[in-house]
Design a protein around this ligand. Structure first.
Ligand code: UT7
Length: 340
């Protein structure tokens, strides 16, 4: 049985004053449809739709790096919050496809924004990275270290996909989502978060090459080690269990029940995974915000883009409780309850 570290009870009122004051997102223009993928690998639109729910995904331009997408999402959030670049104290980018090993993608975003006063770093927690970044931001703000924190989930998975592997290449896409967190002094905000990881399963979803274990050599590239490897079925199984468990724990820490939740924003990997967790939560699918048919799995960006779209389309209102729940390579998982 999976063990998780004990999580502190997080329903104290002081914590609720850290709010998401704005969200933003960006997806590249280029749409890659399932039909087009039929020309690239041995697959069908029907297989992809019925097994995953995905119809199309966005693909970044060759000269469009993760920080370019991240900056566009950040600018949208900053505009909404009327926050100037100089006011940002901390920039955290969650990504597994950084522009380069170093400097951090967050530093490139800082340069593009002109956020001269910010501290910057990246978080590597794969698809769970955005909620990890949110929790870090929450901690920095509630301890009064920083006031204004920009978090971004951004990934250019098209740059690490093996385009001859039908098991993976049909699943992923590119994009970015951002949020600005600050202490708004209101009695609502991030109520509770649960995070967990299990390195025992590191090799069911990973990209082995390019780092210090298997550096960039022509031999390693020849073996496609610089692309995503995934054991789909095992990942699926782990995703359902870990996401349901994480959501239970976040809700418990918040002192709430599923009935109290107005909108669930899950990681956008597979429609069947979302339906399975909805079933476990005993919640109708109408409560779930799903956009994976348009974007596929965009890793750290997925829940960030979904939150922005759900927010802008009025899926919840001020005072509503929303539940975010994510899962990804590591394995990693997390869930946050937010009172909007
Ligand atoms: O973001 C991190 C989290 N990621 C996830 O949560 C992804 C989790 N996994 C999944 O979503 C699913 O496991 C997949 C969508 C990846 C695969 O669905 P599945 O129902 O588990 O299929 P499978 O891997 O068991 O494959 C079933 C069959 C196989 O053929 P055989 O061996 O039964 O003849 C595959 O070769 O489907 C075949 N297949 C395909 N056929 C057409 C695999 N990919 C494709 C494809 N087109 N693209």
């Amino acid at each position: 049985m999976r063990r998780s570290p004990p999580q502190p009870r997080r329903s104290d009122k002081s914590r609720r004053t850290v709010s998401i004051v704005a969200t933003g997102s960006y997806v590249p223009e280029r749409i890659l449809t399932n039909r087009e993928l039929e020309q690239i690998v041995d697959t069908t639109d029907e297989w992809i739709r019925t097994r995953t729910g995905i119809r199309e995904r966005r693909i970044a331009a060759p000269d469009e790096a993760t920080s370019d997408m991240a900056t566009k999402a950040a600018l949208a959030a900053m505009k909404q919050a009327a926050v100037k670049a100089e006011e940002i104290d901390l920039i955290i980018v969650a990504t597994v496809t950084p522009d380069m090993f170093f400097p951090a993608t967050a530093c490139w975003v800082q340069k593009k924004l002109g956020a001269v006063g910010a501290a910057c770093f990246d978080v590597s927690a794969a698809c769970s990275g955005y909620l990890y970044a949110m929790e870090i931001a929450q901690q920095f703000i509630s301890t009064h270290v920083y006031n204004v924190v920009l978090i971004i989930g951004a990934d250019k998975l098209s740059s690490i996909v093996n385009w001859s592997d039908r098991n993976t290449c049909v699943l992923f896409g590119d994009g970015a989502g951002a949020a600005i967190l600050r202490n708004r002094g209101a009695s609502h905000g991030v109520v509770a978060t649960h995070m967990g990881s299990d390195g025992e399963f590191a090799e069911i979803l990973f990209m082995p090459g390019g780092g210090s274990r298997y550096p960039i050599t022509s031999e390693n590239i020849g073996q496609q080690l610089n692309t995503i490897k995934m054991q789909g079925k095992e990942t699926y199984k782990q995703a359902v269990t870990a996401m349901s468990d994480a959501a239970d724990r976040a809700l418990e820490a918040a002192g709430l029940r599923y009935d109290d939740i107005a909108c669930v924003i899950p990681h956008q990997a597979n429609m069947r995974i979302i339906e399975a967790i909805a079933h476990r939560m005993n919640l109708p699918m109408e409560k779930f915000y799903v956009n994976l048919e348009k974007y596929g799995n965009t890793s750290a960006a997925a829940v960030a883009i979904a939150l922005d779209e759900a927010h802008r389309s009025g899926r919840f209102k001020i005072g509503d409780y929303i539940l975010l729940v994510v899962f990804g390579g590591g394995l990693t998982w997390a869930s946050s309850v937010i009172q909007w």
